[in-house]
Design a protein. Structure first.
Lengths: 339, 339
């Protein structure tokens, strides 16, 4: 495996991060344990609270889901829990909306998380990438990931509200995926005042470092929320996700500490990369997008050192770096990046 | 609240079991804690195994899902893990199949779990209930819950295989929901040899007493399995469900003990009910369907005693009883049923 040799499995890693299984096959002799910097998940997870065994054993009942949705509405500032819907991850909401909404022509702002385009194409829609946010008004549905993944671009909420209004006037829908807004530009969130007809997505697992739990939320009109709930079915969220979500979403002290810690970690990662000749293109507090002429070769060197980052098939000079979790991980990353 | 007075909320309890929140509102003064006998979930859950924190923190990767599917294939005797698909509960599979399959006319065998009919109607299909299994061959899709919930009726696998063949010859699909087959007629499961074009559903949460975990499986042709996987999306099963499922599905000793214990518990429940003038209509080892002229009055008396059973809107003389979990629960049930 060299920089000059395209290698099997690269597509899987460029498709989305987090697949250590592919990394293990590509670099079977890498030192253990693997350091996974290929995703944008908080490396300092919310400490698991104790919860009653019934969360495991019983079917989650409607009242416990309502408590979770009330906790999420308070956390995200949503105006009414009736318009907030819990699901097993925001990916599940993305897939479900693409089936539920009648949109046939969908615009997606810029290079972004590929899950939106995939879901809409699977639902039979035509999907076009546009680079000007205002152009989204001409589609049946417009998708904005805000802040964007991977470059961190932020669209101001006033501009999105205007776009939402323009779409709604034509019977269209604005979808704003705020998966990475918790620690960046939280004040730009549309969750507290979603424009008529708009749908705002929030991710639990990324901010709280519990991506395996599968938990995410949509904030929408009451009518869309009702249809989304019906489509997700009666037991869409697991008992542990309800119990842990209720505790974590109400914990403002933890959130404040996480915000400070991640800001320091992101700045430290920037310094580490800049000192080694990388340019920071953007990102959020949970990941940094960086550019280097030898990025592909560095990706492969990191892989052989047991460090998985996120390459991009169409941007060979760029890598996305998640945050190391411990001083040992920081040291291994620095050593593997080299001089 | 008397037997003569229809009471608000009854519909919610007759719709499906397990909603203690509704029961609490109906009988706010009932003794605590509530005893929920309204579902068919093993009251002796699989003991939670230790698992690594990464199950909570990481996005579940494809290799760990493949391990879970291999464990399920071994447990259910499925011919090929590639045709076995894990999902967040068999309810999610029911909903997804109703959207994926082109069936417009769907036949459902007898009075059964209402989730099938609901899912197909939500997907725009016409649904008809038939009482003769062979009549299902005339539909685009035929649904058989085997053993049936609530009456426990079992259709022999040879007859289902013939039905599957007749449906497939016309381009139709047989769906066999084996949610309750683990402790009853497991030898009649079609999972080891699904007829061409048939889809077999298995539930994890009921047999293993972990309904809050959300885990279920489909066994199907490779082609249907691929479409189902794509529709469910990349992270359909939570990390804890993967870790716990892998351990539980491989534990044959626990399964043998559970089988013996549940058989004894079901026989004990039958005796308790028969001694009090109930006729046992049927059921499985996880619930018993019983008939009594005063069933509705007994349901309300049990509710006031903090014991929730499962009534049926269209069968006022019948109740379904799950198994009590402890000697205290057995005693409270016996006392509330009266002499």
């Amino acid at each position: 495996m060299t920089a000059a040799t395209p290698f099997a499995g690269f597509e899987a890693l460029a498709y989305h991060g987090g697949d250590l299984a592919v990394a293990r096959r590509l670099a079977p002799d890498a030192p253990q344990p693997w350091i996974d910097l290929s995703t944008g998940i908080n490396p300092h997870p919310y400490p698991l609270p104790a919860f009653p065994p019934e969360a495991w054993t019983r079917l989650p009942d409607r009242d416990s889901v309502a408590r979770l949705e009330a906790a999420a509405a308070a956390r995200y500032g949503a105006p009414d829990p009736a318009g907030l819907v819990a699901a097993a991850g925001s990916q599940e909401i993305i897939q479900t909306l693409a089936r539920l909404l009648p949109a046939r022509r969908v615009g997606v702002l810029g290079a972004t998380y590929a899950g939106h385009e995939r879901a809409w194409r699977a639902a039979g829609a035509m999907v076009e990438r546009v680079d000007d946010v205002d152009r989204l008004a001409a589609f049946d549905a417009g998708v904005v990931v805000n802040p964007n993944n991977p470059d961190g671009r932020i669209v101001a909420k006033d501009r999105l509200a205007a776009l939402g209004g323009a779409l709604a006037a034509r019977g269209g829908t604005l979808i704003v995926d705020e998966a990475f807004i918790d620690f960046d530009a939280a004040e730009q969130s549309l969750a507290p005042a979603p424009p008529a007809g708009a749908i705002v997505l929030r991710s639990f697992g990324k901010a709280y470092g519990l991506a395996g739990l599968r938990l995410g939320f949509a904030v929408a009109s009451f009518e869309v929320a009702q249809r989304l709930r019906a489509a997700l079915g009666p037991w869409a969220v697991s008992g542990p996700a309800i119990a842990i979500g209720c505790a974590a979403l109400a914990d403002e002290a933890w959130l404040a500490e996480a915000r400070a810690r991640l800001a320091a970690d992101a700045a430290r990662l920037d310094r580490l990369l800049i000192e080694r000749g990388w340019a920071i293109i953007g990102g959020t507090k949970l990941f940094r997008l960086a550019e280097h002429p030898e990025a592909r070769a560095v990706f492969e060197r990191l892989l052989r050192a047991g460090v998985l980052t996120r390459p991009f098939a169409d941007a060979p000079r760029r890598l996305r770096f998640g945050l190391p979790a411990s001083s040992e991980h920081w040291e291994r990353l620095a050593a593997a990046l080299g001089g």
